[in-house]
Design a protein around this ligand. Structure first.
Ligand code: C2E
Ligand code: MG
Ligand code: MG
Length: 816
């Protein structure tokens, strides 16, 4: 059930509409009930002025209400109100005259009021402010109105004015003028009507003006019918025609009320109500077609004039119709021009739209590419373009799942680490390091099939995922292939770089669940490969895990060992083959581990290297060795020519302040520079020719001698040595071991010895264990020797005993 809501505003307009409908129904009913013409006339003469006055009242209120909103509206509505008032006065006087005198006079005062109504209304309508139009539209509308007006004029002239003039030719000029003022007034009304239809009002709510237009339209039609009936003499007062006029006046009243309602709603809500909007819009859209209809009507009139003569002569009529055609034509031309203009604008807009569309498309493509690149970047290593750890782990995860489903599916993971990469990177610079990594990446890729994955984890670490189902390849053979490929010399910036790789392998036979577990074990196996001398591969087994653990433990212990003074140096004599005397001692590091006892360097040096602990340790060794020799020199002044050999790790040698460390050790101990010999391995020379040479020269300038340790175990070409200020070469034990076994071993040593002699260097044979080796070396004129046969590495006390013995017989018995 609907309930009355008090908050709902009181709708004056709808109430007025209801009232109008009721009044008109009553009016019609009464007019039909009243049969007597006299009674009808009385009724009509009384009711008409009342309705007219009510309407003019509503219009004046509308004018007064509009004043707050717009002055112009107020004036316009006042004029419209005045026109209705004039009409009301006309009706009143006419009623009085008609009721007072049985035959009202013509002309009468009523005519003055009636006629005054037309111009007042026209002024009112023209005063109503309207929306500005663009110039073309304005011209078109004027033309449209012109067409209608000319056509309407033709109609009025031929059917009303002309016949009226000829019917009332006996009338005086004034009488005729007044008579003709009515059809002329209707033309004026038509003009006002067209104005409203074409120009509307500036108010968003156009209901008031359009209701007014409706009223005008009814009035014009009723007037025309009246004039025609009057001509024929069939008009009777109080008939349906009178009701039409009253309906028109009621519509005017509705227009006023609608305006009042609009202004009130504006005050209340800040907005105009939207009434009859759709209807008004439709009227406006079909309005332009009226002109064609009127042209057609004018044409019919022209044709008709040939059959039934009209008041206007054919020529004038033809000219007028021609005029209308001219106006229509002009309108078409304007529309055409306007269309062209619109078309041009549309083309520009279409082009702009296409351009924007293209730009949008490009932007989308760009964004997509950027997204793809971002995705790619997040899964790949920027430098080598290989998959990164994330992508590798993802693929490994998939492969693990796959192997769980298919028992025959076997894969392996290889963890590859480049040996000595850090030294190359530190000494030759990151750029060279990067280039090296890129070329290694390419070489590795070339060794693999497209189904395998090689990834870079950062630094010099790579991982490979191998599918080995079907047993066509074995992980070990791939590892070997990769090692061979990496081993090949690489020319970079004029340097010939030699690198090796250590590889750890895990086979998926252990039922791994997580990719990380596989990587961890591959890493452990790789460490094992490193620990057992680098440049090799190791396949993971469970035992390695515990080794890795103890290795980790050792690393922890190593960190505190230096502070706890757990390190000591042992000294192994280097003997002159000529004099059989100690020429030098090689300082060799030992770790007095609290639980494990005395550990050899093999057990902890690689850990110290990787963890960086080799740097403080190396410095301690240098200081300790220098100080020890200085003490011996002080104690045994005649043995000033006995020197000390100190091993220097690559990492220690490559650090920027190495020369300063050497100077500091010499200064601290007070040892002469020429008593110090530094042993470095070939790899230092190979990985960084220029930097190494610079450090060598600085050390040589100090007076410190440089020796190449383990010569021949690496890749050095003999000729290479001449570029460096090197004083001696220590021939690797492996050559000495070969000596007794055949001709080839001896010949190699002969070649090395003779070459060193030519270069002005000494040759020192390492690892002499047998008398045959010693004699052989002597016969090859190798200058110096070192080995268990001559003396094992000794603690400092034992070493000193040898020195003491030597001092006692400086020229006497030898060590051997
Ligand atoms: P290296 O510099 O070539 O030292 C010679 C190694 O050969 C020593 O092993 C020595 O005990 C061993 N040796 C000497 N003569 C014989 C022999 O006749 N037969 C056999 N089987 N071995 C012999 P050690 O002391 O275990 O040192 C191993 C390596 O550790 C050294 O090789 C050197 O590269 C490194 N190292 C030792 N001490 C230091 C140090 O203080 N600093 C650095 N950076 N490295 C060191
Ligand atoms: Mg050595
Ligand atoms: Mg050696």
């Amino acid at each position: 059930m609907r309930t009355f809501t008090p908050s709902r505003p009181f709708n004056l307009f709808l109430l007025a509409v209801l009232f109008t409908v009721i009044v008109l129904s009553l009016d019609l009913t009464i007019s039909l009930i009243l049969r007597d013409p006299q009674q009808r006339t009385v009724y009509s003469d009384v009711i008409s002025p009342i309705i007219d006055l009510l309407a003019s009242g509503a219009l004046f209120i509308a004018a007064q209400q509009s004043a707050t909103h717009s002055k112009r509206h107020a004036i316009a509505w006042t004029m419209i109100g005045l026109s209705t008032l004039a009409y009301a006065l006309g009706d009143t006087t006419w009623g009085i005259l008609e009721l007072g005198l049985s035959e009202p006079p013509f002309p009468s005062i009523a005519d003055i009021f009636y006629i005054a109504n037309y111009p007042l209304l026209l002024i009112g309508v023209f005063l109503l402010p309207n929306k500005p139009d663009i110039r073309e539209d304005e011209i078109k509308k004027v033309l449209d109105a012109g067409i209608v007006m000319v056509a309407a004029f033709l109609g009025f002239w031929n059917f009303l004015i002309g016949p009226m003039v000829s019917a009332n030719s006996t009338y005086s000029f004034l009488e005729q003028a007044i008579l003709l003022a009515y059809p002329a007034g209707d033309l004026v009304l038509l003009w006002a009507l067209l104005r409203i239809i074409y120009r509307g009002s500036d108010q968003p709510n156009e209901a008031p003006t359009f209701l007014l237009a409706g009223s005008i339209a009814i009035t014009i039609v009723a007037d025309c019918i009246y004039s025609y009936q009057a001509l024929l003499g069939t008009y009777a007062s109080g008939g349906v025609l009178d009701i039409s006029w009253r309906a028109a006046v009621l519509l005017t009243a509705l227009a006023g009320i609608s305006q009042i309602n609009a202004i009130q709603s504006l005050r209340r809500t800040g907005e105009f109500p939207r009434r009859l909007e759709v209807f008004i819009r439709q009227v406006k859209t079909i309005a332009p077609y009226f002109s064609y209809l009127w042209l057609f009507a004018a044409y019919i009139l022209l044709v008709r004039s040939r059959l039934v003569p009209l008041p206007m002569d054919f020529l004038s009529l033809s000219l007028a119709v021609g005029g209308i055609i001219g106006l229509v034509f002009l309108r078409q031309v304007i529309t055409l021009l306007e269309n062209n203009k619109l078309n041009a604008r549309l083309q520009i807009q279409t082009r702009e739209l296409e351009k924007t569309n293209q730009e949008l498309h490009n932007e989308i493509v760009e964004r997509k590419t950027a997204e793809q690149k971002l995705m790619y970047d997040s899964l790949h290593d920027a430098m080598t373009g290989l998959p990164n750890r994330v992508l590798f782990l993802d693929r490994l995860g998939q492969v693990i799942e796959n192997s769980k489903r298919h028992a025959e599916y076997i894969f392996a993971v290889l963890f590859v680490d480049i040996d000595h990469f850090k030294i190359i990177n530190d000494s030759l610079g990151h750029l060279t390091g990067d280039q090296l990594l890129i070329s290694i990446a390419q070489r590795m890729k070339a060794c693999l099939r497209s189904s395998d994955t090689v990834a870079r984890f950062g630094g010099d670490e790579f991982a490979i995922l191998l599918e080995i189902s079907g047993g066509k390849v074995s992980a070990a053979s791939v590892a070997q292939k990769i090692q061979e490929a990496i081993k090949l010399p690489l020319k970079l910036d004029g340097h010939e770089l030699y690198t090796t790789a250590s590889i750890g392998i895990v086979l998926n036979v252990m039922g791994y669940e997580q990719p990380e577990e596989i990587l961890r074990d591959a890493d452990i196996a790789m460490y094992q490969a490193k620990a057992s001398g680098k440049a090799r591969f190791k396949i993971f087994d469970i035992e390695m895990r515990s080794q890795a653990f103890s290795r980790l433990e050792l690393e922890q212990e190593l960190r505190t060992a230096l502070e706890n003074e757990e390190f000591q140096l042992h000294y192994q004599p280097i003997i002159s083959m000529e004099t059989n005397q100690v020429a030098s001692f090689e300082a060799l590091i030992r770790w007095g581990h609290p639980q494990r006892g005395l550990l050899p360097p093999a057990d902890f040096l690689s850990i110290a290297e990787e963890s960086g602990l080799i740097l403080p340790l190396g410095k301690w060794i240098l200081d300790e060795a220098c100080q020890q020799l200085m003490k011996w020199h002080q104690k045994h002044p005649s043995l000033q020519n006995v020197s000390i050999n100190v091993n220097v790790s690559n990492r220690q040698f490559s650090q920027p302040n190495f020369v300063e460390e050497v100077i500091e050790a010499l200064q601290l101990s007070g040892l002469k520079a020429d008593s110090l010999r530094l042993e470095i391995t070939e790899s230092v020379l190979i990985s960084n020719f220029a930097a190494a040479n610079k450090v060598f020269t600085q050390l040589r300038n100090l007076g410190v001698q440089l020796q190449i340790d383990d010569f021949g175990s690496g890749y050095s070409a003999l000729g290479y040595l001449q570029h460096f200020p090197i004083s001696a070469v220590k021939i690797d034990k492996s050559f000495i071991d070969e000596m007794g076994k055949g001709h080839r071993g001896t010949e190699l040593i002969r070649a090395i010895v003779s070459m060193t002699r030519e270069l002005g260097m000494d040759a020192i044979a390492e690892g002499i264990e047998t008398k045959e080796q010693l004699n052989g070396l002597k016969s090859l004129a190798c200058g110096f020797g070192q080995g268990f046969l001559l003396s094992k590495p000794l603690d400092k006390e034992s070493a000193e005993k040898i020195l003491a013995k030597q001092e006692d017989n400086v020229l006497g018995s030898s060590i051997v």
